[in-house]
Design a protein around this ligand. Structure first.
Ligand SMILES: [Zn+2]
Length: 361
């Protein structure tokens, strides 16, 4: 049985209250829940609505200091800033915003919707118009080489103008009386200069944020990778010995995939259990094949050499034992410093007689 959803019965004041501390992504999803929420969150003229988005922006996008551009409300601004993906073809993970056109899009979609200055000059030149003048009031972005591999002058980056804007101003210009044109052009020139200054400031603000974010994310990825590594290094088996040997782990696809992951989320305990479940079968298989190779090689050694090699390996294993990254012994005085290595052989002899250990190597 389905009745009316209780959430949609919330009075506006309470709804506004709830929204006060929500991040942009939550507000954007809330607006999609039902017509009522959409109404509350997408009203262009309502003060509380604009306030909700402004709050969310200043709390969760603190790097954005500039107010929304002309003719863009807070919601549209926050949406442009915080969503990811191309607005046109929906290609994911695109975050490049072209402030000149106030769009977030991929390069192919940008090329499709813009015109190069040289093309505009060619197409719109007539005895009635000088394209460069007509374009004065428009904002533009710098293009890119048409073909990455052909950087010859004919393909050099030209300024790109939004096609619809170009045709709009062109038609606007053609409709003018010839004696109005001079003033029109002067106004457009001033307008264009102001708009481009605004665009440049927004590009800088966004670019700075981009680099700060990228380096923050890089740091988070490194932290994640080192957490994974230290968890693997600390893991023990039933004998209380280290579960994994790093040289073998480093050959495991599962490990490499986890280390190279682009995720910036903290590596949780749950993620560790998941990783371990995938790592163990691959590790066991690899370790078994190493063991077979080793046994084949040992057949070529004399008995003494084979035993000595194994003893050396055990010794290496034991010396690795008390040193998982974090609990490195701290020598606070000379006495302790001398004592520490003396403890080692005892562990070695105690463990050296463990047949299981030798067989497991
Ligand atoms: Zn696209």
């Amino acid at each position: 049985m389905t009745g009316p959803c209780i959430a949609t019965e919330i009075p506006p004041e309470i709804f506004i209250n709830i929204c006060q501390d929500l991040p942009p992504s939550d507000l954007l999803s809330l607006a999609q829940v039902c017509k009522k929420f959409y109404g509350y969150l997408c009203s262009t003229h309502s003060r509380p609505t604009q306030e909700i988005w402004r709050n969310s922006r200043s709390q969760f996008l603190p790097y954005v200091k500039m107010l929304p551009p002309d003719n863009m409300d807070e919601r549209q601004y926050v949406k442009l800033l915080s969503e990811r993906g191309c607005q046109f073809c929906k290609r994911p993970r695109i975050r490049r915003i072209y402030w000149a056109f106030r769009v977030r899009c991929c390069k192919p979609c940008l090329s499709e919707r813009t015109m190069r200055l040289d093309q505009i000059r060619r197409d719109l030149l007539s005895k009635f118009s000088i394209p460069d003048d007509i374009l004065r009031g428009l904002t533009y972005t710098t293009g890119f080489y048409k073909w990455g591999w052909d950087q010859s002058p004919k393909n050099r980056p030209a300024n790109l103008y939004w096609k619809d804007d170009v045709y709009r101003v062109y038609n606007e210009y053609l409709k003018l009386d010839p004696d109005e044109r001079k003033d029109w052009l002067l106004n457009k020139r001033k307008e264009g200069r102001q708009k481009m200054e605004d665009v440049a400031q927004r590009e800088i603000e966004h670019e700075n944020e981009y680099w700060v974010k990228s380096s923050e994310n890089e740091k988070k990825r490194e932290e994640r990778a080192s957490t994974i590594e230290s968890l693997i290094k600390k893991e023990r088996n039933d004998f209380g010995l280290l579960r994994f040997k790093m040289p073998i782990v480093e050959q495991c696809m599962v490990y490499n995939k986890a280390i190279m992951s682009s995720s910036t989320h903290t590596f949780t305990n749950r993620a560790w259990i998941g990783l371990k479940n995938k790592l163990i079968p691959e590790y066991t298989k690899l370790a078994a094949s190493h063991r077979t190779q080793r046994q084949a090689a040992e057949k070529l050694f004399s008995h003494d050499v084979a035993v000595q090699t194994r003893q050396m390996d055990i010794l290496k294993l034991i010396f690795d034992l008390p040193r998982p990254d974090s609990d490195q012994p701290v020598f606070d005085n000379a006495e302790n410093a001398q004592e520490f290595p003396r403890n080692k052989p005892e562990i070695f002899f105690a463990a050296g007689f463990n047949v299981n250990l030798i067989v497991n190597l």
